[in-house]
Design a protein around this ligand. Structure first.
Ligand SMILES: *[C@@H]1O[C@H](CO)[C@@H](O)[C@H](O)[C@H]1NC(C)=O
Length: 277
């Protein structure tokens, strides 16, 4: 979905990631690239999208969206919200307690630059270029930020000798935020994501993995009340930093989220029917 305002030629570019088979965006020929959840291939896929999108010099903002995500507002509202600030929107917080930082990354990526956050970011052109030009942090991630092998992936990889001792790291939940901190751009970001995700804290039977995967809304969940409850959120609390982010736009209190995930296809179709009966 590439759109531009009728008044200006500055463009917002939506980069769509479909983790299952391909990625692309509506004005680019689809690029085929196999990505795996929790692998550094996700970062490479993001970089491929950015490289193509940066070729158009009028693209000023780069919005990563997942294929299970829905917009909460119309285009003009979304455009104004993102364009009214010169910052990127990057969910980013310090959390070294979860053990994902690998001390071997030091000194190239020191622990004080280690960040965590959602991969669904909005980047300014400047920050998109920082991601594309990075030759320092990515190799460190490829070597030292790896997902722990999980039973469902054991068919593809050798069984770990002792799974509990394995280091676990999800590259795409750390890369952009860590890179921007490392390169001294943290003051140029609004440190929150524009995509709402409902973390599933109850469904998993495995205590350790509780909250790893977002809840997917089904047909029966897709109600106007659900959408209103997401649109009404006006602050986000970052536990590890004791930081409450009150959401603003153009200096005024504003809703925190412009997009929401994950919606199954039936849920999204039900919402569409409500908008265009
Ligand atoms: C777009 O959405 C905003 C916020 O909900 C609303 O105030 C505005 O009237 C809408 N604009 C159009 C063109 O529908």
């Amino acid at each position: 979905m590439l759109s531009k305002s009728s008044m200006k030629s500055i463009k917002l570019f939506f980069l769509l990631m479909d983790p299952f088979c391909w990625l692309g965006s509506y004005s680019l020929p689809p690029l085929s690239f196999q990505v795996e959840w929790g692998e550094a291939s996700m970062i490479q896929a993001e970089r491929i999208l950015l490289r193509s999108a940066l070729k158009d010099l009028y693209n000023e903002r780069f919005v990563f969206l997942s294929d299970s995500c829905i917009p909460l507002y119309n285009f003009s509202y979304t455009y104004d919200y993102i364009m009214s600030t010169s910052t990127s929107f990057v969910d980013s917080f310090a959390d070294t307690k979860d053990g994902r930082y690998n001390p071997k990354m030091d000194p190239v990526v020191p622990v004080h630059n280690w960040r965590k956050g959602s991969q669904w970011v909005v980047l300014t052109r400047k920050h998109a270029e920082v991601v594309l030009k990075d030759k320092t942090v990515l190799p460190v991630f490829q070597q030292y930020c790896k997902r722990k092998s999980l039973p469902e992936f054991w068919r593809d990889h050798p069984l770990p000798a002792d799974g509990s001792k394995e280091h676990n790291c999800i590259p795409d939940e750390h890369y952009v935020q860590t890179l921007l901190a490392q390169e001294g751009h943290e003051a140029e970001i609004t440190r929150r994501t524009l995509t709402h995700t409902s973390w599933d804290l109850s469904a998993s039977k495995d205590r350790e993995r509780r909250g790893w995967h977002p809840q997917a809304y089904k047909f029966s969940d897709a109600t106007p009340m659900l959408i209103k409850s997401i649109k009404d959120i006006d602050n986000v609390y970052y536990e590890t930093e004791y930081r409450r982010e009150w959401c603003t736009s153009k200096g005024e209190p504003a809703p925190c989220f412009l997009f929401a995930r994950k919606f199954t296809r039936p849920a999204a179709l039900r919402l569409l029917d409500m908008v265009n009966p």
